[in-house]
Ligand binder design. Sequence first.
Ligand SMILES: *[C@@H]1O[C@H](CO)[C@@H](O)[C@H](O)[C@H]1NC(C)=O
Ligand SMILES: *[C@@H]1O[C@H](CO)[C@@H](O)[C@H](O)[C@H]1NC(C)=O
Ligand SMILES: *[C@@H]1O[C@H](CO)[C@@H](O)[C@H](O)[C@H]1NC(C)=O
Ligand SMILES: *[C@@H]1O[C@H](CO)[C@@H](O)[C@H](O)[C@H]1NC(C)=O
Ligand SMILES: *[C@@H]1O[C@H](CO)[C@@H](O)[C@H](O)[C@H]1NC(C)=O
Ligand SMILES: *[C@@H]1O[C@H](CO)[C@@H](O)[C@H](O)[C@H]1NC(C)=O
Length: 245
Amino acid sequence: MARALLLLYFFFFFFVVVVSRVPAPLLLAAAACVPERCGNLIVSPPFGLVDGSEENKCGLMGFQVHCTDKIPYLGFYGREYRLQILGIFYGNFSLLVSDAHKLVGFNPPSERGCHVPTANSTSKLGLPFSNSPLNQNLIFYNCTKAPPPPETVSRDGLVDTACRNNTFVRAGGPYNGDGGGGGYELEGCNSTAVPVLGKSDSGKVNASDYLELIRDGFLLTWQPTQGSQPDAADNVERSATEVQV
Ligand SMILES: *[C@@H]1O[C@H](CO)[C@@H](O)[C@H](O)[C@H]1NC(C)=O
Ligand SMILES: *[C@@H]1O[C@H](CO)[C@@H](O)[C@H](O)[C@H]1NC(C)=O
Ligand SMILES: *[C@@H]1O[C@H](CO)[C@@H](O)[C@H](O)[C@H]1NC(C)=O
Ligand SMILES: *[C@@H]1O[C@H](CO)[C@@H](O)[C@H](O)[C@H]1NC(C)=O
Ligand SMILES: *[C@@H]1O[C@H](CO)[C@@H](O)[C@H](O)[C@H]1NC(C)=O
Ligand SMILES: *[C@@H]1O[C@H](CO)[C@@H](O)[C@H](O)[C@H]1NC(C)=O
């Protein structure tokens, strides 16, 4: 008898206290947001696949993924400049992306000349993503006045790019996230910094491998409170008001 009462009490406790605390929208969202697939990538909340103008309740703002020919792109800016998603690491709130668009400059359609990157990768980004401190700097130079003297070339480890014409690339330590030359400016040259992850174990990149390095991408991180648990704050608020009542 006492045991039955205890069991009844337990059920009562479970339904009233536990179930009532899980916000209904969270239950609904969890049920609706099944992982989706784009090529080899599994897209789960906070990310969500979007198709054209269709809404997707599972992808938070900024976390929309466009799937084009089974290739996933981070979907929040112009078609031409999108970042390809190479992998999403849900466990540590980071993703590997490639600014593959920059590679086209080195092997352009015949009507456009060969050119080195001129725009920041991370200037295209804003919230919810930030640069990971693991990223390394590749600095591209377009020397418009005169070629740098050979001493400079060897001292700074400047490597000719495929475009030649006084364009160079070098490795420049950890990427600081602002895209500036970060003290690596060369007189008479325009510089653009491009983040690359490289082989994360060595922490070093070889500038000669610039095409491969760009293709292999760089890491972005997101804030878990914004991304993974959109209802966590809501949950806490509810608990607090319940206590008051
Ligand atoms: C997250 O984990 C993945 C897989 O283990 C790893 O490759 C990546 O570097 C990690 N990201 C960060 C920001 O440490
Ligand atoms: C270098 O800069 C000049 C002037 O901005 C530009 O016309 C040229 O295409 C650039 N060259 C390369 C190889 O990027
Ligand atoms: C170097 O620049 C010249 C003139 O701007 C151009 O005709 C030539 O194709 C360029 N070379 C390469 C390798 O892009
Ligand atoms: C890169 O972006 C940062 C901030 O968005 C800006 O301060 C910097 O001048 C940019 N650098 C280049 C080379 O465009
Ligand atoms: C390129 O560098 C020259 C000086 O070296 C500068 O006058 C010019 O404004 C720069 N162009 C860009 C697009 O940054
Ligand atoms: C970088 O790679 C090039 C070509 O693969 C090689 O010749 C050079 O020795 C390498 N540089 C360093 C510092 O390892």
